[in-house]
Design a protein around this ligand. Structure first.
Ligand SMILES: C[S@@+](CC[C@H](N)C(=O)[O-])C[C@H]1O[C@@H](n2cnc3c(N)ncnc32)[C@H](O)[C@@H]1O
Length: 541
């Protein structure tokens, strides 16, 4: 397969593997809900490359649908390539805004996208799919990158979204009326689209002028151009008129079948009984829905101007320069969700902007009683003031909204996390010392459970470090090298651990209990992180 080459590719091809895990720091008062939790709806504030990596422990192969709307690289979006790739050439790129004068702007964009696409793929379920909004600036390069990461066999469609409702007559050559959405499956063999409900217009075409007890029907031509040896017979209408297919056309059914259909009142001769016969098709017989098409019109899924209006009506920006302009219509993302999610799917958007994806998820859940969850990532400071604020408002209700459900609020919760420092060994093991009991407890609790650590709950005397949704969690540890060498999960320790009747997850340097005993005491044992042992060796030397 031909591959796209671009400047910097050799440095970023495996960059996704080198990205360190980062702490995710819960910011409880920015979310809605009792306790920040990585299994909740999520808004993560930080760069999406690090955020994607941080999501791997909890979300790998769990995301059914990804929708992303990255910078289109138009040359006036003010984005900068900022990935910390250790090559002098790449370092030279850092922090510089990518504008039209930048001769490497397409290379930078590809370098930005490639490692992100690779991590996004790791998060998809085996029956999941990714939808990527883009326009002519990068569509051809994106297609090559997606072929490379997802495999060209997993290409599903290039959707055309008619983004404007009237042409721009001021355009120099052509009015640019559409965006693309590239769609790839993780594995095309496993991906099945949901059929869409028939629109009202389509249903209106089914009527019942002859009060047929089988219900509403519409009729289709009984003749076709395909040669059919038995398809040239003559038929007589109830009014006595004779009909044959026109020259070059043939009835699609044999004379016997025609008689059978007519006797069963499945042939329509027109309201006066003297028109060319047509075949009745009942609404109840046709498929429950329609297969998604690749052309999405503004009247079906909204347009950019409507999207801006919708956002302004929710966020009431005080100054026009604060208005977030690259917003997509909720109805557009909702259409994607209708096609590509089930009622309990996880939906990921790592270029979240104004939070349209979260809005669409909550609205659809409200409508169909689903329990989809969203995960949004936004790097700009407006992750709180725009992204999360929109979500807070649509959850609680938008008093001036025309839509009744939005006015009342869709309900729900979400947790807000700030991307913290990289979790390198050095940050765990400061200045050649072992981490304090509490520092290690925070690290272990969060990485093992994905839930918020509450320092106030720790009772070191019991080895108790907190309760997650699933476990009571314990840490048998002392930051003293000699003590630590002697520590273990023994029968005595197991018996002494407080019991609440819930399963217990115990971290300890080692354990002296066999499987039966662990089972009897309701304990799952987990060894301390490897880095601790390396440090113990180093400090003992
Ligand atoms: C085109 S906007 C998305 C708009 C969104 N679909 C909506 O309807 O509001 C792209 C967003 O991606 C964000 N972004 C760009 N690079 C990012 C990165 N490396 N990490 C996280 N967010 C990023 C930008 O700040 C911007 O808000």
């Amino acid at each position: 397969m031909p591959r796209l080459e671009f400047k910097g590719k050799v440095f970023v091809e495996n960059h996704h593997l080198a990205v360190p895990y980062h702490e995710l720091i819960p910011v409880r008062d920015k979310g809605i809900g009792p306790k920040a939790n990585l299994h909740d709806n999520l808004i993560l504030h930080g760069d999406n490359l690090a955020a994607l990596k941080a999501l791997l422990p909890t979300h790998q192969r769990k995301v059914k649908c990804i929708y992303i709307d990255p910078p289109y690289n138009t040359g006036n979006e003010g984005w900068a390539y900022n990935d910390n790739v250790t090559s002098p050439m790449m370092q030279d790129w850092l922090g510089k805004v990518v504008d039209r004068e930048d001769l490497t702007r397409h290379d930078k964009w590809c370098c930005m996208m490639l490692p992100r696409l690779k991590l996004l793929r790791d998060l998809l379920t085996d029956d999941g799919a990714i939808f990527v909004s883009i326009d002519d600036n990068e569509v051809h390069r994106l297609r090559c990158l997606m072929d490379e990461v997802f495999g060209e066999d997993n290409f599903l469609a290039t959707l055309i979204w008619q983004k404007v409702f009237s042409p721009k007559n001021s355009a120099k050559y052509f009015s640019d009326d559409h965006d693309f959405i590239l769609v790839y499956a993780k594995d095309i063999e496993n991906w099945v689209p949901n059929l869409l409900e028939r629109g009202e217009e389509a249903i209106k075409r089914y009527t019942n002028p002859d009060n047929d007890p089988r219900g509403a029907w519409s009729s289709s031509d009984l003749t076709a151009r395909n040669f059919y040896s038995q398809g040239t017979y003559e038929v007589t209408s109830p009014s006595g008129r004779k009909f044959r297919p026109s020259v070059g056309n043939y009835f699609r059914v044999s004379p016997e079948k025609f008689k059978e259909l007519d006797a069963d009142n499945r042939i329509w001769w027109g309201s006066s009984g003297d028109a060319m016969p047509r075949l009745k098709r009942y609404l109840s017989d046709v498929r429950h829905g329609v297969i998604p098409q690749t052309l999405w019109t503004h009247s079906d899924v909204g347009h950019t101007q409507g999207a801006k209006k919708e956002l302004v009506s929710i966020l009431h920006f005080e100054r026009s320069e604060d208005v977030f302009t690259t917003v997509k219509p909720t109805s557009l993302v909702r259409r994607i969700l209708q096609i590509a999610t089930d009622e309990d799917s996880i939906v990921l958007d790592t270029f979240a902007g104004s939070g349209t994806t979260a809005h669409a998820v909550l609205a659809l859940n409200k409508e169909d009683g689903g329990n989809r969850r969203f995960v949004l990532v936004e790097c700009e400071d407006y992750a709180d003031s725009i992204t999360a604020e929109r979500v807070r408002r649509v959850i609680r209700g938008v008093p001036a909204a025309k839509d009744k459900a939005l006015k009342a609020g869709f309900g729900g919760t979400f947790s807000y996390f700030q991307l913290g420092r990289p979790m390198r060994k050095e940050s765990l093991l400061g200045a050649g010392k072992l981490p304090s009991y509490e520092t290690l407890a925070a690290y272990i609790f969060f990485t093992a459970t994905g839930e918020e650590f509450e320092p106030g709950k720790v009772r070191q005397e019991d080895w108790y470090i907190g309760a997650s949704t699933q476990y009571d969690v314990f840490l048998v540890y002392d930051p003293d090298v000699e003590q630590l060498k002697r520590m273990a999960l023994t029968l005595g320790v197991a018996r002494a651990l407080p019991q609440s009747g819930r399963p217990r997850l115990v971290f300890a340097p080692t354990e002296y209990l066999d499987r039966d005993l662990l089972h009897r005491y309701g304990i799952t044992y987990q060894q301390l992180p490897f880095e601790i042992y390396e440090a113990v060796d180093r400090l003992s030397a």
